[in-house]
Ligand binder design. Structure first.
Ligand code: PGA
Length: 255
């Protein structure tokens, strides 16, 4: 299968429910913005919790802003929800959908597909997260992953693939001590791209960046990108640790 076009590398920082204070949030944003200005190949997307999002907005050539979740409807009586249209109107570009921590709280593949479509309809880029919970020697996890990808993208049209990013995050590697090995990342990246190709056609999915996520830090980021041959990273803990994240961005950009 041909390799994807050499595109920019995407580093998405998923802050999750961090940090605790406004000052800390400002500090992380400032340091990320500063580091992003020096990037030549990589681009950063910061995804703070909703209350901190507006602080991250503003002109930065290589840093954009994303949300960690979204609701399916554009507006109305949905207490506590935030729509893709609102995010778009605020100046966001990306929305993470189907993170395993949301799936754990009951989000189904169908919910993920509905949210993904809402994000695409609003003209934003959807970062759809998938990944197996466990690996078994017989390889059943591959079927599980295939089914999860198909169901999470159910009804997503071919014309929207340009607005898709697929984040492969093996659940067992999230918040763990070690990331998946770059060699396995490469294997899984090929597997995921093949599934997308079967769904949408090979040439259509060449433009879909496949990211790896799960215990990425400044030490392992470069090998995961270079040997793992993915088009970017979804970073949790290290994205709210300014010194580590700055080093990570440098390492990825130099690859
Ligand atoms: P982690 O989280 O980098 O802290 O393992 C990754 C993620 O959940 O996206």
């Amino acid at each position: 299968m041909p390799r994807p076009r050499a595109t920019k590398l995407l580093v998405i920082g998923n802050w999750k429910m961090n940090p605790l204070t406004v000052d800390e949030a400002k500090r992380i944003i400032q340091s990320t913005r500063k580091a992003s200005a020096k990037l030549t190949r990589a681009e950063v997307v910061v995804c703070p919790p909703f209350p901190f999002i507006s602080m991250a907005l503003g002109k930065s050539e290589r840093m954009s802003v994303g949300a960690q979740d979204v609701f399916t409807e554009p507006q109305g009586s949905y207490t506590g929800e935030v729509s893709a249209e609102m995010l778009k109107n605020m100046g966001l570009k990306y929305v993470i959908v189907g993170h395993s921590e949301r799936r754990k709280k009951g989000e189904t593949d169908q919910n993920v597909a509905d949210k993904t479509k809402a994000v695409l309809r609003a003209g934003l880029t959807a970062v759809v997260c998938v990944g197996e919970e466990v690996r078994d020697a017989q390889g059943a996890y591959l079927d599980t992953l295939r089914a999860q990808i198909k169901a999470s993208l159910e009804g997503v049209q071919r014309k929207h693939t340009k607005q898709l990013v697929l984040a492969y995050e093996p659940v067992w590697a999230i918040g763990a001590k070690e990331a998946m090995t770059p060699q396995l990342v490469q294997e899984m990246g090929i597997f995921v791209r093949k599934i997308l190709s079967d769904m949408y056609g090979q040439s259509e999915v060449m433009s879909v960046p496949i990211l790896y996520g799960g215990s990425v830090n400044f030490r392992n980021a470069k090998d995961i990108i270079v040997q793992g041959q993915v088009q970017g990273l979804l970073v949790g803990r290290e994205s709210v640790n300014p010194p580590g994240f700055v080093e990570l961005l440098k390492a990825v950009d130099q690859k």
